[in-house]
Design a protein around this ligand. Structure first.
Ligand code: GLU
Length: 295
């Protein structure tokens, strides 16, 4: 039996932790502790071309330096392909997934010919060319597998514990998203949904930059008849130019010569009160404060 609360921190090993990722790690750990729950670490290394050798080991060491240790053995997504395959098979069987033979150029040409120019994060919204009801692959070899957004129920309404009510029509805004890429890499959306359910995660606490993925994940949970966890998206750390800190924007690795100072920075971003003492005392103090606010 799983205890009532199970949370997780799921870093991608594309580099060491930076100040922004420590905020998500600390918040997810505090939320788990404030609920007397379990906190798990999962290394999200499905996108192997983007992974940096040894970054996983370094991240685990950085977390341990900050007093944050997984309550259960750490799992690596790269070892869990069979679980993702099983979920994809189920989606195919239920008619929720279809093979797609379109290249990026094909997608742009199709959008252009329909007079559409729907773009989102510089990515073209897939126009549904290979949907089964539109003739499928049209003789092209399959490159990827896509989720078939349900036409009548892709408008997802969800509640974030910090950000409040949210909604998105996934079909209109995102389109049929990729589950398995043409290069054989499992998409984050599928892997995260399968793992959260398989690990019994009840509460997802992660950075606000990921909030926009939540409706896609809820659609997948519904299609696979999986429980929907609660969500809390934490504030982002910005650099002096107001840009969100991320590995892509070259964020500096955390300086952990003084873990208490790094934790203080993260706690400040989470509006937690200043505290004194060594790492275990600081964490203890913030668990109380977190519990009063978020329980
Ligand atoms: N692996 C993702 C990242 O490092 C986080 C995924 C999640 O928490 O859902 O940005």
């Amino acid at each position: 039996m799983f205890p009532v609360y199970r949370g997780r921190f799921a870093p991608s090993p594309t580099g060491p932790l930076h100040a922004g990722s420590l905020v998500a790690a600390l918040a997810s750990w505090l939320d788990a502790r404030a609920h007397d729950g379990a906190w798990l670490v999962r290394i999200e290394d499905v996108d192997t071309p983007r992974c940096v050798p040894d970054a996983d080991r370094l991240i685990l060491k950085q977390l341990a330096d900050c007093g944050l240790q997984s309550d259960e053995p750490v799992v690596w997504q790269s070892h869990r392909g069979a679980l993702y395959q099983r979920a994809l098979d189920e989606l195919i069987e239920k008619g929720h997934a279809y093979p797609c033979g379109c290249s990026r150029k094909d997608i742009e040409a199709a959008l252009h010919s329909q007079g559409l120019k729907r773009e989102r994060h510089q990515m073209a919204v897939y126009p549904g060319t290979c949907r089964p009801e539109r003739g499928g692959l049209h003789g092209k070899p399959a490159r990827a597998w896509r989720f078939a957004c349900p036409g009548n129920s892709s408008h997802v309404i969800w509640h974030d514990r910090r950000l409040g009510a949210h909604q998105q029509d996934v079909s209109a805004v995102v389109g049929d998203f990729v589950l398995l890429r043409g290069d054989g890499v499992w998409a984050y959306q599928l892997a995260v949904v399968v793992d959260d359910a398989e690990q019994g995660i009840t509460c997802v606490v992660r950075g606000e930059d990921l909030a926009d993925n939540t409706p896609r994940q809820i659609l997948l949970q519904q299609a696979l008849a999986l429980p929907v966890p609660t969500y809390l998206h934490t504030p982002l750390v910005r650099d002096a130019q107001g840009e969100k800190l991320s590995k892509q924007t070259g964020a500096q690795a955390l300086d952990l010569s003084d873990p208490a100072a790094a934790l203080h920075e993260a706690a400040r971003c989470l509006n937690l009160p200043a505290a004194t003492g060594l790492v275990p005392e600081l964490l203890h103090h913030w668990v109380q404060a977190w519990g009063q606010r978020w329980r």
